[in-house]
Design a binder for this molecule. Structure first.
Ligand SMILES: Nc1ncnc2c1ncn2[C@@H]1O[C@H](COP(=O)(O)OP(=O)(O)O)[C@@H](O)[C@H]1O
Ligand SMILES: [Mg+2]
Length: 374
């Protein structure tokens, strides 16, 4: 029996990818030209998979590609450490570059830790210079600048994934410090993020250090037809036949969200025989929702009752006029002011967005389905 061809973790650059050819071309061009770009979309739209693919291309063109992820960052020292780490992680195994980096990056040294699979993972520890916080970040960026200058900054591409997470540390000087160095690094930086409001505000608000310092690049959901073809091909590669109308169904239910399309198809693959039937999709969808319940419940737990009420109303009835008396009373949402406040919060959390027809709706199609069933 062939292996399940669907992938629900970040897609490695060699694995089959659905479309994104225009995005790849454009982002590779930006990366080669030293342009700074903000890549944004809701979570699970394929940003990380895409920028990894961009970097794999830039690497083939002879560039040095650094990747730091700021998800779950805990302190300014941690931000600095992750930046130093992305350099060491990339050049591990390259003795001359490693020597250069160790000499130039004076705040952190690399530490190799054996990981479960027998290989070694790179982490860092401070060199004990007794500096911390903003000062440590400042020095680390300064060192990075020196390192880049020696390599040739135009040959370096850097991804800061989930970049908006640095705002969680509630220390305004982080942005200023980062920006004051980055503006002199002539490399291409990609600032990638899923919490669109928070990320875009960093670049759109006049008072913020990163104001207008990068191109904004929105990653959209997958194109419907390409996704259908991709699904059919993947099933075929896995030794199964998925009739077009059923691939259509998967594309529809997932609303071309790449993660849900893969996850649903992965489950369909598990429950189906040689040929995919409609009942398999139904069964797979229930499995998928069951799988996500824990996560959905965690989202609700972090919300106030009013916010949950609005979320449920929007799941059942997306609308342009949620502030109208009719919508409010029909859904028992309380006062206009209350709805406004709840909406603001839900948009900030990127749980709710305006669609192309200016209707408010949930960002996550499966969360929406689950709420409708509650
Ligand atoms: N172009 C694509 N083709 C097929 N599946 C994709 C594609 N891009 C993303 N995916 C799917 O979406 C999931 C989420 O991708 P990821 O890169 O982690 O998104 P993000 O970084 O935006 O949260 C991946 O695990 C994969 O299953
Ligand atoms: Mg990601």
């Amino acid at each position: 029996m062939a292996k399940n061809p669907f992938i629900i973790s970040v897609i490695p650059p060699e694995a089959p990818f659905c479309n994104r050819s225009r995005e790849l071309r454009q982002l590779i061009a930006y990366g080669s030209a030293g342009t700074n770009v903000v890549v944004f979309s809701p979570r699970r739209f394929g940003k990380t998979s895409l920028v990894k693919r961009v970097q794999s291309n830039l690497l083939k063109k002879g560039m040095l590609v650094l990747y730091a992820d700021f998800l779950g960052v805990t302190s300014i020292d941690d931000v600095a450490g992750r930046i130093a780490k992305c350099v060491y992680a990339f050049i591990r195994g390259n003795e001359p570059l490693m020597k250069k980096a160790i000499r130039l990056l004076t705040t952190f040294r690399p530490v190799l830790k054996p990981s479960e699979d027998g290989s070694f993972a790179v982490s860092v520890e401070t060199t004990g210079q007794n500096i911390q916080g903003i000062e440590l970040l400042d020095k680390t960026l300064d060192d990075l600048g020196q390192f880049m200058a020696q390599i040739g900054p135009e040959k370096i591409h850097i991804v800061f994934d989930e970049f908006q997470e640095i705002t969680e540390l509630k220390e305004k000087r982080i942005e200023g410090t980062l920006r004051s160095h980055i503006q002199f690094h002539r490399s291409s930086y990609f600032f990638v993020g899923s919490r669109r409001h928070i990320l875009l505000n960093m670049f759109n608000e006049k008072s913020r250090p990163f104001y207008q310092s990068a191109q904004l690049y929105e990653l959209k959901k997958l194109p419907y037809d390409d996704l259908v073809t991709y699904l059919i091909d993947q099933f075929k590669g896995g030794g199964k036949r998925c009739p077009e109308k059923n691939a259509d169904k998967i594309s529809l239910v997932s609303q071309q969200n790449p993660y849900y399309a893969q996850k649903l198809a992965l489950n369909v693959y598990e429950v189906s025989g040689k040929v995919v039937h409609e009942k398999d999709i139904k069964e797979a969808l229930e499995l998928m929702i069951d799988n996500e319940i824990f996560f959905f419940q965690a989202i609700l737990q972090a919300l106030a009752p009013r916010q949950i009420a609005l979320l449920r109303a929007l799941a059942v009835e997306p609308s342009k006029t949620i502030l109208s008396n009719r919508y409010i009373s029909r859904n028992d949402l309380g006062s206009i002011g209350g709805v406004q406040a709840a909406l603001k919060k839900l948009r900030q959390l990127d749980l709710v967005e305006k669609d192309a027809d200016s209707r408010y709706r949930l960002v996550d199609p499966i969360f929406s389905l689950w709420l409708q069933k509650l």
